[in-house]
Design a protein around this ligand. Structure first.
Ligand code: ADP
Length: 479
């Protein structure tokens, strides 16, 4: 079986800021179950590493990595957890910080990470058949293999897959990084492989140099080839469409299971959801909302424009004034949006709660305790939260784009089919109308409501089908 090295900037259960972290746990797990010989490489963010896993860490080796003119320490640690072997790349200066991203030198930090991965393979004599790169933090590896490490014979057979989890984040830096960080000349810049409006673009380089590109849903794979969604890389993606495909993400159905989730008070499953109401009352109590039987509309999300939070802010006023409903928003993000949601909490203290934090336990309690889960994203590569919500019996209400279109089937009141609510026209009034429709159905037609919820809970969101597609891709590349 082919050897695969899966490289990512974050992976649950160690660290997660969003979907990439979830996928970097669940996909490797599913691939190992499919007998793929796979290892994962991630940075060792020392301060963020959960204590409970730290005891299993072993030191493997260390060496120096040349970052431009600077020679930097690179430790390689290993850890085995749930049948997956991890390589942890250690450098305290780059990764011993309080957060994963958001530093002025992120370009240098992830340049080091990628150089370290390329050097590590030879140093520890682990040469995979395929390197699976994820997003801009590892998108430059295919460029490095072609341009910097092409003299290493052992690397010649290595094939690369680049998965685009979100085309909005591309890793764009001054061209000086080619020499000052990677120690390579201007070739790739002059040929236009990595050049992007006079800067260097890691993602663009990856798109050109990787042997295969995947995105996290079939619809998003189509959308990013258009100017509307391509974030200026649509032309490049059209040029490389022959090696691009969409494979929809799944969720870890063991972790996200209302029958066993340790984060929630009362457990239930699709054939007996009587206990869900206990989770609803517990949620209301813990957030200081009246424990009444009104529908709870919820959001667990980065509070950004990408996630349609500006649209929701616009639509909320009417909705909260008109309806006997409760709305809960959990998340952090753009300051003006956070302030907007806090404002609603002051105006509607019995109906609205803004929990401005990142809190995994509360997130699970919201999936379990809410009735409607809102994701009015402007664009959505895949989205995991809507699948988690469905599994917990919270009916998704989504803007039908990207992965939301591929995973939520809008309710059709003629046929009674559907797993949620969807809208196409991206305007606050249309979101508001869709929220009203969900409110009306919940309040006036519990039978239909239960049907939608039941259909959602019954969906198969496990990783197996998609993991098999990745396995097939690895095989095709390695043969
Ligand atoms: P993203 O674009 O942020 O990756 P996804 O829907 O793919 O969006 O994944 C989001 C993941 O992050 C889900 O597991 C969701 O539960 C989690 N999440 C988002 N915001 C929060 C928060 N404030 N607290 C806890 N978990 C969160």
């Amino acid at each position: 079986m082919n050897k695969v090295l899966f490289a990512a900037a974050e992976a649950a259960p160690f660290y997660k800021t969003g979907g990439l972290g979830d996928v970097s746990l669940a996909l490797p797990k599913a691939l190992v179950k499919e007998n793929v010989d796979l290892k994962v490489v991630i940075p060792y963010y020392k301060k963020l590493f959960p204590q409970k896993y730290a005891a299993g860490i072993k030191e493997l080796t260390y060496f120096q990595v040349q970052v431009g003119e600077k020679s930097k320490y690179c430790g390689i640690k290993t850890l085995k957890l749930d049948n997956i072997e991890y390589y942890l790349i250690d450098n305290e200066e780059y990764f011993g910080r309080d957060s994963i991203y958001g530093y002025w030198d992120d370009g240098e930090r992830f340049a080091f990470f990628q150089l370290a991965i390329c050097e590590m393979m030879e140093k520890i004599n682990y040469i995979p058949d395929v390197i699976h790169c994820n997003d801009w933090h590892t998108a430059f590896i295919p460029v490095l293999l072609k341009d910097k490490y092409n003299w290493i014979n052992a690397y010649h057979h290595i094939k690369t897959v680049l998965t685009i989890h979100n085309i909005q984040f591309q890793g764009v830096f001054d061209p000086i990084v080619l020499s000052s960080l990677f120690g390579i000349g201007m070739n790739t810049f002059d040929h236009g492989t990595v050049e992007f409006y006079n800067n260097v673009n890691f993602m663009k380089g990856g798109i050109y140099c990787a042997d295969a590109i995947t995105t996290v849903s079939p619809s998003y794979a189509e959308e990013i080839k258009t100017p509307e969604f391509g974030e200026s890389l649509d032309g490049i993606l059209r040029d490389n469409a022959y090696k691009l495909q969409g494979i929809v993400n799944g969720i870890d159905t063991q972790v996200y299971d209302p029958a066993t989730d340790p984060n929630i008070l009362a457990h239930y499953h699709v054939d007996d959801i009587a206990n869900k109401v206990k989770d609803k009352h517990a949620l209301q109590k813990s957030l200081g909302l009246p424990q009444v039987d009104v529908p709870i509309f919820a959001v667990v999300s980065r509070l950004t424009r990408q996630k349609g939070m500006d649209l929701l802010l616009d639509a909320l006023n009417d909705f909260l004034r008109k309806h006997d409903a409760q709305v809960i928003v959990l998340g952090t993000g753009e300051r003006d949006l956070e302030v907007g949601f806090r404002g609603y909490q002051m105006a509607f203290p019995d109906k609205f709660v803004a929990a401005i934090e990142f809190n995994v336990k509360l997130a699970q309690q919201i999936y379990a305790g809410s009735d409607v889960f809102m994701m009015p994203s402007a664009f959505e590569p895949c989205g995991l939260s809507q699948m988690m919500a469905m599994r917990y019996g919270s009916v998704p209400l989504v803007h039908s784009v990207g992965g939301l279109k591929d995973t939520v089937k809008p309710y059709n009141h003629f046929t009674g089919e559907g797993t949620g609510f969807g809208f196409d026209d991206y305007r606050p009034e249309v979101l508001g109308k869709t929220m009203n429709a969900a409110y009306d159905l919940y309040s006036n037609n519990p039978r239909e409501w239960n049907k939608i919820r039941f259909h959602g809970m019954k969906q198969d969101f496990g990783w197996q089908k998609s993991a098999r597609k990745y396995r097939q891709l690895y095989q095709e590349l390695a043969d």
